[in-house]
Design a binder for this molecule. Sequence first.
Ligand SMILES: [Zn+2]
Ligand SMILES: [Zn+2]
Length: 211
Amino acid sequence: MLLFKQLEFLEGVFGRFVPRAANPPPPLQCHPTTGRDATLEAQAREMLRAVGAPSVARSVRVEWSSRLRTAAGRADYRHNLVTLNPLLRTHGADEIDRTLRHELAHLLAHARKGRRRIAPHGPEWRQACCDLGIADEQRCHSLPFPRQTRARPFLYRCPRCGREFPRVRKIRRRVACLACCRRYYHGQFDKRFTLQLVAAPQPSTLSRVQR
Ligand SMILES: [Zn+2]
Ligand SMILES: [Zn+2]
């Protein structure tokens, strides 16, 4: 079992990360309980049909959700669901459109590769971005949002290369350094590169951090 979550793979869900925006967003034009946006959904269907993905086009859903905090959008390929952060609306229609295409590219890349695992922002995703008209898309945004400041009090270190991995929460599974697994073990999980916990918060702060 490959456990490379810490670097680039969150099973089933990919995110386009943005720090928090300062201004409150304008009111949403979406379904009051589900957050579904019929207009964006229709656009998504049209784009997916145009690139030859009719089955994803049929089942895709696009929703707004304020549960997204630091991500501009998220793509859940298991449910062909794109979730957008309402804070995006303070940055204009172009940014919404770009984020929608970025997340659709995740769904498209996955649909094309079937059950094979792919890197979230690897060549398949890049190709999908080209097809969806955002060939120059970066894996991370460049919006002028303030930086995320949430504390990451758990510090892990790779015993081989020394790279550090600050984390908000304790890692519950065995996780190895992807860079070293790639370099020394053909990208397969190697327990020699299991991340070691080198710093943790005092017990008094644990409940606050791990809620
Ligand atoms: Zn992404
Ligand atoms: Zn390493």
